[in-house]
Design a protein around this ligand. Structure first.
Ligand code: SF4
Length: 356
């Protein structure tokens, strides 16, 4: 595994150690000003400084290699290359407000090894820098501005692409702060989705710098042993500690627009029967008021898991609803371009070309 590249902020400080802090703010602001296309446009900086920056710091931390669009036109996926030619993916999905949600990656590959997930089979190559995370927003903004016939607003960001964001928490946090400072995204429009890395979740409760974003926990099972078969990194006493954590996080950050979600991928014959649904209700009752989002499994080549049939999904949801649990179902989008949840994994063809 290699380290995440140096971010622009640290690179700039290395080049210009005596520059005041406001200079960095001017630079960050310029990155997110759509009319600015490169260092030469940042005329608030002196000519000499711009010349150094043109040579030393790339204007974008990643460049597109290939872009795919779903037949329905509601999902777009890009393979991006970091400046070290390591590849990762990012997805743009049209949401029900006719705006866009970006599904960002936080790492290249993933070490968590969830058994239904294509990214997990890649192993972890490296974490993304905060710029590589934040620039996925910049890339999609550019993509939309080149297509004026499409809605232009990016209203939400979800960390549901490649990687486990809490393993790269410092860069994830920096990227979120960049969006909060320089775009119109508010904290409740950003969702960090995690398998539930408990020490990090517990750490953010007392982190004064943690932004009050929404959290989605990939639960997938109400019991520790069966969950470990789906999420092998499940820690001892996972559910008890998680239930307490949901209460503590709500206490710290809860408000009318804020919630914690449990993501529950329904896998036929594994975690989708009515007994399992009843156990899930029992567990949810021990937590703060969380919402359950059921996800029909997306097929991944080489994985033996099968999606629950429609009837099974409805029965499962009914048990939860009848018990007063707030349930939603995630719409599957972009499965024809392998952009749906759990499907992101790069394919390198024999000619060296990268396809999504
Ligand atoms: S589901 Fe998420 S955490 Fe699990 S292997 Fe896939 S990318 Fe990693």
């Amino acid at each position: 595994m290699t380290e995440a590249p140096l971010n622009r902020h640290d690179h700039f400080v290395k080049l210009f150690p005596k520059e005041p802090a406001f200079r960095l703010k001017q630079i960050e602001k310029a990155y997110f000003t759509e009319s600015m296309k490169g260092w030469e446009d940042v005329t608030t900086l002196g000519k000499e400084m711009r010349e150094v920056l043109i040579k030393e710091i790339p204007w974008m931390s990643c460049t597109p290699v290939t872009t795919l669009s779903s037949k329905a036109g509601d999902t777009h996926k890009v393979v991006l290359s970091g400046n070290d030619e390591q590849y990762f993916e990012s997805v743009l999905m049209r949401n029900n407000r006719d705006q866009w949600t970006i599904c960002v990656s936080s790492q290249i590959g993933c070490a968590m090894g969830c058994t239904f997930c294509a990214t997990g089979t890649m192993g972890l190559k490296r974490s993304l820098s905060s710029d590589e995370i934040a620039d996925q927003y910049r890339f999609w903004k550019q993509f939309l501005s080149q297509r004026p016939e499409l809605p232009q607003r990016i209203s939400n960001v979800v960390f549901m692409g490649m990687g486990e964001p809490l393993v790269n928490v410092d860069n994830v946090k920096k990227a979120i702060h960049t969006w909060l400072d320089y775009t119109d995204l508010g904290p409740t429009k950003v969702t960090v989705s995690t398998v539930g890395v408990l020490p990090v979740l517990e750490g953010i409760l007392t982190d004064p710098d943690w932004p009050p974003v929404r959290i989605a926990i990939s639960l997938h099972s109400p019991e520790e042993e069966s969950r470990r078969k789906i999420v092998p990194t499940t820690a001892p006493n996972f559910h008890t500690r998680l239930a307490q954590w949901t209460k503590d996080y709500e206490l710290e950050h809860g408000n009318r627009n804020h919630h914690i979600t449990f993501e529950y991928t329904l896998i036929s014959g594994v975690n989708d029967n009515e007994e399992e649904a009843k156990r899930l209700v029992k567990f949810v009752k021990t937590t703060s008021a969380v919402k359950v989002n059921v996800i029909p499994l997306n097929l991944v080549a080489g994985k033996e898991f099968v999606a629950s049939p429609r009837e099974g999904i409805e029965k499962f949801k009914k048990v939860l609803l009848d018990s007063g649990v707030d349930v939603t179902e995630r719409k599957t989008m972009g499965s024809d371009i392998a952009a749906a949840c759990g499907q992101l994994a790069l394919t390198i063809k024999s000619d060296g070309k990268v396809v999504g």
